[in-house]
Design a protein around this ligand. Structure first.
Ligand SMILES: Cc1cc2nc3c(=O)[nH]c(=O)nc-3n(C[C@H](O)[C@H](O)[C@H](O)COP(=O)(O)OP(=O)(O)OC[C@H]3O[C@@H](n4cnc5c(N)ncnc54)[C@H](O)[C@@H]3O)c2cc1C
Ligand code: SF4
Ligand code: SF4
Length: 450
């Protein structure tokens, strides 16, 4: 990625969208809309000083909405270019309120609230589509209760939880525990506010609220309006601190998730959704289970699948190593249902096809290996480029030239082509670049000859 940013022959137009494509192979005219970042790319040093004091906090899409970011942000730490962007939907200044805190914090004078989007015209000989894939929405399989049981997460969410730069700093905190911790934080703020209110009464009457309230309950102050108000505020305070105490007790027992279940083929190899194998998910589940075990040696993982597809050099050995060294158990069976047991623990109900028995097992966290679904923008881009889509929803390619789309001069690589892992996507990208060079060379020869 860094090499792309530095390469003298590569012009990176990030935060941009292709609007129109005219012409033909060797001579395409591409119209690109460069969206306004409200930050000058050539001035921004990526230092992040602007976001430090930004008062607007919103959920962070890069962290799968499990963390938060500011209204001025960089998509992720290693992004190229490293420039920051102001989110126009949430920035106070761009929504008519007075703010501009980021502008004061930026020593490079990169913030520009007047920046407008720009249209750029490019003349290119060939086009490569590398728009990737979408993660299958597991809520389409209601029996897995994703979105209903907090501790059922997707593999991509799990990767963010495992990541040192993720929302939990790499600790395997369960979403249900994090929700309770957030509730505790909110209740503590409320308790501090109500404590201040009752403290005024205590100061005024020289007595602790608890003692006063015991007498009030016995009817000692009937008709005393002032003390009636104190009792009311004290009741409100108790309604906050009592559940707070109970939640704190519960949170005292929270530990990192240790019993993990990985469910394979969620949306893949399933004729209701995608009949194909997504190729990479067996290996990423094994990888995630190995990393989780590196985080905590007592972590155990059960990987539920029809079979484990460890296709590639050294992959089978990696699988076996996971079983031998990282407490991974491979269970051959398709999961029928996930329910919720005590302590927000998901319970996996499955058929163990080796023993031919229906079983259930409780875990701390369930991770869904979701299918590689075609990118949601595939139809729009296909129309714009005038290329066809195949029966699975990916860009259609030629059987003899596997990177060629149905329009000469337009190529495709990576998961826009179909499910594949990173090494294969990178290899395809190189091949697609080579095919594009052939088009460039052919068009130059034609120009010289004419
Ligand atoms: C949880 C999980 C873990 C994985 N772990 C591994 C692993 O450990 N090893 C491995 O080899 N593979 C792994 N994979 C697979 C890996 O993600 C893919 O192989 C890889 O991302 C494919 O790369 P790509 O460039 O084709 O697509 P993507 O990575 O999807 O990139 C496509 C890019 O195009 C952009 N884009 C989309 N539409 C447009 C548009 N219209 N205009 C401009 N830009 C657009 C997208 O924003 C995106 O940045 C994992 C997958 C998942 C889900
Ligand atoms: S103007 Fe204010 S709200 Fe908007 S990005 Fe800057 S600091 Fe954040
Ligand atoms: S790679 Fe594994 S989990 Fe993914 S679809 Fe294929 S068999 Fe299922």
């Amino acid at each position: 990625m860094l090499d792309v940013g530095r390469h003298p022959n590569i012009e990176l137009l990030a935060y941009s969208e292709v609007e129109k494509v005219d012409g033909q192979a060797g001579d395409f005219r591409v119209t690109v809309r460069r969206k306004a970042r409200y930050v000058e790319e050539d001035k921004c040093t990526g230092c992040g000083a602007c976001k430090e004091k930004c008062p607007t906090i919103v959920p962070d899409a890069f962290n799968e909405w499990l963390g938060e970011r500011k209204a001025i942000y960089s998509w992720f730490a290693q992004g190229i270019p490293s420039t920051h962007t102001i989110d126009p939907a949430h920035c106070r200044q761009l929504n008519g309120k007075k703010c501009g805190v980021c502008k004061k914090g930026c020593k490079a004078d990169a913030i520009n609230f007047d920046q407008k989007e720009r249209i750029v015209e490019l003349n290119v000989a060939a086009i490569i589509v590398a728009t990737g894939y979408d993660v299958f929405a597991p809520s389409r399989i209601p029996e897995y209760q994703y979105g209903k049981i907090a501790n059922v997460v997707t593999a991509i969410e799990f990767e963010r939880l495992l990541s040192a730069s993720g929302p939990t700093g790499g600790h395997l905190d369960r979403p249900s525990d994090r929700a309770i911790e957030a509730e505790i934080e909110e209740l503590e703020k409320k308790a501090n506010r109500s404590q201040k209110v009752i403290a005024k009464f205590e100061e005024q009457h020289g007595e602790a609220s608890g003692e006063f309230y015991a007498r009030y309950e016995k009817g000692e102050y009937s008709g005393d309006e002032e003390r009636g108000k104190w009792a009311e505020k004290y009741q409100e305070h108790l309604a906050i601190v009592e559940p707070l105490k109970a939640l704190k007790k519960k949170a005292g027992g929270f530990t990192a998730a240790k019993r993990l279940a990985f469910i394979q083929c969620v949306g893949s190899r399933d004729f209701r959704f995608y009949p194909f194998c997504s190729g990479y998910c067996c290996m990423h589940s094994i990888k995630e289970a190995i990393i989780a075990h590196e985080h905590g040696s007592e972590t155990t993982s059960a990987i539920f699948g029809m079979d484990i597809r460890a296709v590639g050099k050294g992959f089978e050995e990696y699988k076996v190593r996971g079983g031998n060294n990282s407490n991974i158990r491979y269970v051959r069976g398709r999961v029928a249902e996930i329910t919720e047991g005590p302590n927000n623990n998901p319970v996996v109900i499955y058929e163990d096809t080796r023993e031919r028995k229906v079983k259930d097992e409780e875990f701390d966290l369930v991770i869904l290996a979701t299918a590689c679904a075609p990118n949601s923008g595939v139809k729009q881009l296909a129309d714009l480029l005038d290329i066809e889509i195949d029966n699975f929803g990916f860009y259609k390619t030629s059987a003899t030239q596997p990177l060629d789309t149905t329009r000469p001069g337009i190529f495709v690589c990576g998961c826009a082509h179909g499910p594949m892992d990173i090494p294969e996507s990178v290899a395809q990208a190189s091949s697609a670049a080579a095919r594009a060079v052939q088009t460039v060379t052919a068009s130059e020869q034609m120009r010289k000859a004419s």
